[in-house]
Design a protein around this ligand. Structure first.
Ligand code: G3P
Length: 223
């Protein structure tokens, strides 16, 4: 499973990519709007220059023709841009037109297997089931991911499943077990994934033992 960062914050992406574990970035209009004063195009271009992998930018139009126009514009900004499109009838129409032009799409706001299946048949490169938002309304978000993975495998559909709206490290683990191709995580979740209290205690003990034996102070690696 690959890990993408789910953020439009350039600093978070700069930090996250240093670890060498980030395979791409997903943004959405809410995440972009959180970045005060950010120019959308400049922010996306900067993210594209930092990330060696897909960078998802979302359309805002509601009708298919405008979605296609917006998507073509977004895709012209950089070769690694993937256009995010909400799963609606217009979204499917736009996605299938864009697939014919070899423009990659990520069909987003997916809350059912049927929506995922239609996205795959329309030629989407990625589909994004929103796990946390289903959990929020008392449904099991991760079982949707598992069901989509199973259906795509059974019919050998090439669309990749992006487990999205992940809120904590256990979501990421469950996404990996469910067979998601990609988990897109907020920066906070990425940092939570690396930390373990026993790792911190172990580092400290090694340093103390070393100091007792050799009387040397060593730098404590840490957070
Ligand atoms: O990847 C989708 C994500 O940005 C939505 O997350 O936490 O707003 O449901 P959330």
């Amino acid at each position: 499973m690959r890990i993408f960062l789910d953020t439009a914050n350039v600093e978070e992406i700069r930090h996250g990519t240093r670890w060498g574990v980030i395979g791409g970035v997903t943004t959405n209009p809410s995440l972009v709007a959180k970045e005060e004063g950010a120019d959308f195009k400049q922010a996306i271009l900067e993210i594209c220059s930092l990330v060696d992998g897909p960078v998802c930018a979302e359309v805002l139009s509601g009708d298919a023709d405008s979605m296609v126009d917006e998507a073509r514009e977004l895709a012209s900004w950089a070769p690694n841009i993937v256009v995010k499109i909400p799963i609606t009838p217009s979204g499917l129409e736009a996605a299938s037109a864009l697939a014919r032009d070899n423009i990659k799409t990520n069909l987003t706001l997916c809350f059912s297997v049927n929506q995922a299946l239609l996205s795959a048949l329309a030629g989407a490169s990625y589909v994004s089931p929103f796990v946390g938002r289903l959990d929020d309304v008392g449904q099991d978000g991760m079982s949707l991911v598992a069901d989509i993975v199973e259906v795509f495998r059974r019919y050998q559909l090439p669309t990749q499943v992006v487990a999205a709206s992940l809120r904590h490290p256990m979501h990421c683990l469950a996404a990996a077990k469910a067979g998601a191709h990609i988990a897109t995580v907020p920066y906070k979740v990425l940092t939570q994934m690396v930390h373990h209290p026993l790792t911190d205690v172990g580092i400290q003990r090694f340093a103390e033992d070393w100091q007792k034996a050799f009387g040397l102070t060593v730098g404590l690696a840490g957070s």
